[in-house]
Design a protein around this ligand. Structure first.
Ligand SMILES: [Zn+2]
Length: 131
């Protein structure tokens, strides 16, 4: 999956998402019609077609769905996680410690890393420990 595959066709929802993320939030849309979370940002709810989408911010707590090792261009690399956030949507992010020993199903807490040398801020996740 490339970045082009993930980018929405409509610029407005994406711009709103990027602005909120730049403030350190983990934003998502919520459909007040069918009461489900919507992510990636869209104009229409993908579940019911409603345009009644409002912005909300995730508390950042979630469960690891999968992890993948992404090799670096000059050796090393980092672990990319897919995390199911408690509000009901899935995001991609990096493990904060890059050790990659996150067990599928373990609890993590997300935040925004704006210190990426090139490119957009990214979501990062740290182990939350037992509930
Ligand atoms: Zn809906």
């Amino acid at each position: 999956m490339s970045a082009a595959d993930l980018a929405p066709a409509e610029p407005a929802p994406w711009a709103a998402f990027a602005a909120r993320r730049a403030e350190g939030r983990i934003p998502f849309q919520y459909c007040s019609s069918c009461e489900r979370a919507v992510f990636y940002p869209r104009v229409l709810c993908p579940h019911c077609g409603s345009v009644e989408l409002e912005w909300r911010d995730s508390a950042g707590l979630g469960t690891v769905y999968s992890q993948t090792f992404l090799p670096g261009r000059e050796g090393g690399g980092r672990y990319v996680l897919l995390v199911d956030l408690d509000e009901g949507f899935r995001v991609m992010g990096s493990a904060t410690d890059d050790t990659g020993d996150y067990v599928i199903g373990s609890r993590v807490r997300g935040s925004v890393d704006a210190g990426v040398p090139e490119g957009e801020p990214r979501f990062v996740f740290a182990e939350e420990g037992p509930r």
